[in-house]
Each structure stands twice: as structure tokens, then as C-alpha cells.
Design a protein around this ligand. Structure first.
Ligand code: ATP
Length: 312
């Protein structure tokens, strides 16, 4: 096992923000940590990188206890933090060289690695420019170059695609795949389920400090594939409408948000006719009715009763 977290706990005052979290990551995996803002992803990462002290639990990285071998372990980790950390007064290549120096690279090897990192993130044509002139996406790519220049065995990326243009986003997702193919194990946090679904070999879903489910994307979707998610757009909703819908045989849960109703029901319950009757009986009109494919979003909704976006 490359990374083992066992029963991690972190409290701030009386709030428990990481709650007995256990997670294992094998060598060669891209592990996605998917959860809404405030779920505790960054705090978990900060515990792995030694930035935040644990209140309880144990972390082993590369088979060694983090508490006992922090310095050696950290030299093989690359962290892409959520907030971009660059020196505006240093040129792009100098930023990368600075981080390479911190990791003990020198001379010709340092120059070679900096060049490799610049090419890897597609910034070799901008190496002599200052990052203050860069777009958000270019800054993010430079930040990634700084984190991977020493060829770490474990790369941790904390929401690296937040607030950037689609082209840089795709570039970053492709880089994650390439880094993995070239031998790095990756822990990737995000609240975008499409990204995690597309690039991660394993996914852990996190909410309120806990891992509430984990597995491959297919395994997670199978967990709820015994259910249908029916989406209705209607002219009006009411408390009595959701209550009546909840009473239908086969309905597991029902939520209304503005003019949209989501019904979770046992698979193939054949409810469409009865749903239409209830809605029209209560004086509303159905604009559309769709039975949705199972997505990670629906897994999250089933497990927590809220959408990833609602819980931000
Ligand atoms: N230093 C701190 N002091 C007090 N509370 C904190 C501190 N750091 C984090 N928290 C709280 O811990 C909870 C988890 O935060 P964390 O940043 O780990 O979540 P996250 O899943 O990474 O979300 P985001 O994507 O918004 O960063 C939040 O409620 C946050 O307000």
C-alpha cells in the first residue's frame, strides 16, 4: 500500500472536520476524493503533507510512519495546493528551479528537470515570462510544474481545475493521466464528479469529514443501480405534492427544488402514470419527465440526500 490513513480525526474547537477517516491508496492508482466544499478534503491533504497535526489516527506513506519519517517521506511527495503559490517576481522557469532546489536538485540535473517540467505542462514557450502576466490556467499549470519537477512517487492535487478555462482544464486532466502512466500515484480532490469519473481508477466519496463510500466508478454506480432517479419539471410544486409522491409504492424518497422534483424509486417501479395523476390532481402541469442514468452525482444524492452543488 502506498498510502494508508487510519482513523484520522481533526477537530477545530468543538467541530469535528475529519471524522475517523480511513483510506488506502495502492501504488499506481489515481484516487479521487470527491466531496462538496467543506467536506474536509483539504484538511485531510494537509494532514498527509504534515501541514496540519492529527488529533487522532495514523498515516503511513511508502510503508513508513509519517510521524517518524516526515522529512524523507515528504521528499517523495508533490503537492499542488488549492491556492496557487508562485513568486510573481521570478520568471516561470525560475519558479520551477526554486522548488527543484528545495528538493535538493542541482546543476545540470536541475536544469534538465526544469526543462522537462516546463514541457510537460506546455509552458516551454513562456519560460522567460513572469507569472503575473499569466492567465489563471497558465498559473495553475506552472504550479503543477513546481510540484512535479522532482518526480515524486505520490502527487497530491487539491481541486486543480477550479476557476480555469476549459483548455487548461483539459490539459491538466491529460497531464494527470500522463503522470500516472509514467509511474506516479495520484490523490486528486474535486467537487466535479465528471472529472473524477473520467480520470480516477478509484473514488472515495467524502461528506462531513467521513468517507461515505468508495470503490471504482462502476462499483459506486452499482450500489444504487437498483434505483431509478426520476426528474420532473412542473408548473408548480407544493409540500402536499412531495408528500403524496412519497406515499407511492416503490418511492424511496422525493425532493422538490423550485419547479423541479426528484423522485428516487425502486428500479422499474412503473410509476409514471401514478406520478402524472398526482401532479395533475394537485392542479399542476408536467413540462418534462426524465428517468436519469446513474451518475456519481446520483450516488452522492442517494447517500447524503443532497446534491454536490447544494451542499457547497
Ligand atoms: N484552520 C481552521 N480553523 C477552523 N476551521 C477550519 C480550519 N480549516 C478548515 N476548517 C473548517 O473545516 C471544514 C473542512 O474544510 P476543508 O477546507 O478541509 O474542506 P474541503 O472539502 O477541502 O472544502 P473546500 O473545497 O472548500 O476547500 C470546513 O468547515 C472549514 O471551515
Amino acid at each position: 500500500m502506498l498510502l494508508e490513513m487510519d482513523q484520522l480525526v481533526k477537530r477545530y474547537h468543538h467541530d469535528i472536520v475529519v471524522d475517523h477517516l480511513s483510506l488506502k491508496i495502492r501504488e499506481g492508482e489515481i484516487m479521487g476524493l470527491l466531496g462538496p466544499n467543506g467536506a474536509g478534503k483539504t484538511t485531510t491533504i494537509n494532514m498527509i503533507t504534515g501541514l496540519t497535526k492529527l488529533d487522532h489516527g495514523n498515516i503511513k506513506i511508502f510503508g513508513q510512519d509519517l510521524g517518524k519519517n516526515e522529512k524523507t517521506i515528504k521528499s517523495d511527495i508533490g503537492l499542488v495546493p488549492q491556492d496557487i503559490a508562485l513568486f510573481d517576481d521570478l520568471k516561470a522557469w525560475e519558479n520551477i528551479a526554486f522548488f527543484a532546489g528545495l528538493y535538493g536538485l542541482k546543476g545540470a540535473i536541475l536544469r534538465e528537470r526544469v526543462q522537462w517540467a516546463l514541457e510537460f505542462v506546455g509552458l516551454d514557450n513562456h519560460q522567460k515570462q513572469f507569472p503575473k502576466k499569466f492567465s489563471g490556467g497558465m498559473k495553475r499549470r506552472l504550479n503543477i510544474a513546481c510540484a512535479i519537477v522532482h518526480q515524486p512517487k505520490l502527487i497530491i492535487m487539491d481541486e486543480p481545475t477550479v476557476g480555469i478555462d476549459p483548455q487548461s482544464r483539459n490539459h491538466i486532466l491529460e497531464s494527470v493521466r500522463r503522470l500516472n502512466r509514467e509511474g506516479s500515484t495520484i490523490l486528486y480532490t474535486s467537487h466535479y464528479m465528471e472529472e473524477v469519473d473520467a480520470i480516477c481508477s478509484k473514488i472515495a466519496i467524502m461528506d462531513q469529514g467521513r468517507i461515505i463510500a468508495q470503490g471504482t466508478s462502476d462499483e459506486l454506480k452499482k450500489m444504487i443501480s437498483s434505483e431509478d432517479r426520476i426528474l420532473l419539471r412542473v408548473s408548480d410544486t407544493s409540500y402536499s405534492m412531495t408528500e403524496e409522491l412519497k406515499k407511492l409504492h416503490g418511492v424511496i424518497d422525493c425532493y422538490a427544488k423550485e419547479k423541479e422534483i426528484t423522485i428516487l424509486a425502486k428500479k422499474d417501479s412503473g410509476l409514471v402514470g401514478q406520478i402524472s395523476q398526482i401532479v395533475s390532481h394537485l392542479g399542476a402541469e408536467i413540462y418534462s419527465l426524465n428517468i436519469e442514468q446513474v451518475t456519481l452525482e446520483s450516488v452522492f444524492l442517494t447517500l447524503t440526500g443532497k446534491t454536490l452543488r447544494d451542499s457547497e
